[in-house]
Write a protein that binds this ligand. Sequence first.
Ligand SMILES: [Zn+2]
Length: 480
Amino acid sequence: MKRYIISLMLFSGISLSAQEKGKAEFVTPLNSPLILSGNFGELRANHFHGGLDFRTQGKTGLPVYSIADGYVSQIDVSIGSGYMLHVRHKNGYTSIYRHMLGFVHSIANYTEKYQYEHELDEVSIDLPPDEFQVKAGEQIGWSGNEGYSFGPHLHMDLLDTESGDFVDPLQFYVNVIKDTKAPRAEGIMLFPQKGKGVVNGKQTNQSFSPFGNRVIEAWGEIGAGIKAHDYMDDVLSHYGVHSVALYVDGKEICTSNMDHFSAYENRMINSWAYAGYMKSFRDPGNKLRFLHTGDDRGVVVINEERDYKFLFVLKDVYGNTSRCEFKVRGRKQDIPAYTPKDKYILKWNELNILKKPGVQVIIPGGMVYQDESVNFETFDTPGAISLDCQLHNQALPLHAPCELQIGVRNMPVADKKKYYIAQKRGNRYSSVGGVFTNGYVCADIRAWHIYCEGRYNSSENSSGREKLLGKSRNRLFFNL
Ligand SMILES: [Zn+2]
């Protein structure tokens, strides 16, 4: 029955419309041979790499071409992505070109006029179908190194227009980019589940060489993960792995097929990837759709005194395959009960309100991916306008911004717009924004790793609220 469920889940990942769209054809976005410096789904800080990075011979200013007929549906100029265009195609996809040096004249003139009229440098302009129609292979801009880019390249994303999902453009270029090299494993990690499993007598996550013959002993519930990279012909770069499947004693436990994800799923990378290892199991709150497991979330139960045969199968888009096998020996032993290190528990599927007099943090369900023990302290600094607040000694990313409220004890200035929350890094303070409500200054935090206090701005011209607005102009996610 379980095998049936897994097969069904694997099948449901490929919808009929995706099969139809799979027939779409695209020309290349550059005139030169396509060489990748980054591929789809590579692990990055707080996100998956959303598209392909094409090398541009160390230069900027190469012509960039639309990869199919369509129209320019969005023009962006931003700090993060430089000059950027969306081209919506008739075949159900939208291509996005980032970090460009500039646009062709007609689009550049339109953009400059818009920037001038709106007195803005950073703009995001939605366009109707009849403004800039483009043909496959028509130039739309020049490649660059603008925004958060670390060397000249062209970043190109492909979106499923209807769902907005990022999909892998490489599937349409397998005939023009050569790859006969399979991915290679670099390390294995085993994850004993809290209070439910042990590996080599310990409850900590442990890494192993994929080539060693060391006997690994375990008992109870464990998860497995693998660190691996993919390679391509004639290029020294390494890439993310398209597909990872884990089998135990021949039974499929978990498969990840990096074929689509949404912007919303990006931060779930913090649940799926751990120190560069891709987990072949799911934390309870991890809803990544490209990860397929049975009802057991891919957690393996070692409950017999025998050898369990683990097999990872790694594949790239071309089907180049490598295998990594190891044994886990079941040895019966006591499993210590889980005792949280910290006083507070964030429940992954419940609303968490952590309160102390003068400080409150609101963490809705779904903001962490499993129950997490955290600390939370306040300190009284004489003369400060609020208590200091420490959510500090663990780097725990939250799925979305969560509200921190700090009570203001005395108000040296009457203007409530002047109050904000300052975050301390080293000895420096920076604003995380703030809105004054009912005696509290409130701001959103994105990680449980912050030391902060309420502050006010004493200068005439700026306010805490303006700082917040200034911050919100930055994008919530980047796809470098
Ligand atoms: Zn990129």
